[in-house]
Write a protein that binds this ligand. Sequence first.
Ligand code: PLP
Length: 284
Amino acid sequence: RIVFVNGEFVPYEEARISIMDRGFLFGDGIYEVAAVLGGRLVDNDAHLARLVRCLGEIGIENPYPVAEWAQLEEELVKRNGLVEGLVYMEVTRGVWERDFPFPPADVKPTVVMFTQEKSITGSKLAETGAKVITVPDLRWKRRDIKSVALLAQVLAKQEAAKAGVSEAWMVEDGYVTEGGSSTAFIITKDGRIVTRPLSNAILPGITRQAVMHLAEEQGLTLEERLFTVEEALDAAEAFYTSASAFVMPTVEMDGKPIADGKPGPLTRRLRALYLDMAQATNSG
Ligand code: PLP
C-alpha cells in the first residue's frame, strides 16, 4: 500500500508525521474524500474546489494548484491499483512547538493522502436500505468547513454503531442538520425532495449538489428547507448522500420504519441516476 506524505509516495509502513503536527495536537486541518469508480475519480473538480475553499476559510495556504492535486490523486490511485473505493486527502497547519496561534508563515502545511478499497456500487446495504438513529448535534458553528476535528461525529457514529445502525442523523432545535458523514434528505408524500439549505450549519455535500442537479434535470421538485424528525418519520422516502455511499436509502429511524421500511422508488431512481453519472464522468 502506497501513501502520499509531504511530497512523496512511500509505503504505508514508512509514512511518518511529527507528534507536533497541528492536525494531531489541535485538529487544526481539513480533509477531503472523493470516490473512485473504475479506477477514476468521481466529481473530483467539485471535491478539489471544496478543499481549496476550506483551506482558505481557515487560512492555510493551498500547497498545490488544483491540477497538481488531481495529478497526485490519480498517481496514488494508479500506484495502488485502486479500482473502486476512496481517496482521502488531509492538509494540516504543519509542525511547530505546541502553541495555539498560527506558526510562522514559512512553516509548511502537512499533506497526507491515502486510498481505501470499498465496494460502493455493489453495496448490499443500498438494496435493503440503511437504518439511522437521531442524536443531538454537538458540533461547532462552522460545519461548512470540512475540519478534521470530528469528535462530535465520532461520538454520534459510535452511538449509531452501538445501536446496530449505519448512520446518525444529527438534530438541532428539532430539525435534522445532516448525517454524521452524509447529507440527509426526505421525500414528502407529494413527491417533494427536501434537504436542508446550505449554511454554516452543514457541510456543502458534493454528492448533495450532484443529486440535486440530477433531480432538477428530471423535472423533480426540490425543496431546500429545514425538516423535523417527525417529518422524516412521516416521509414517503428518505435517503442520505456522501462520496462514500452515493445515494443510500434510509428505511428506519430510531427503530421506526419510514413508510413501508423499504427503499423508495424515487430514491432508487436517484441512486441509479447518480451511478450513471459517476460512470459517465469516468469514461469521459
Ligand atoms: N456532511 C458531513 C458532516 C460529512 O462528513 C459528509 C461527508 O463526509 C457529507 C455531509 C457528505 O459530503 P460529500 O457528499 O461531499 O461526501
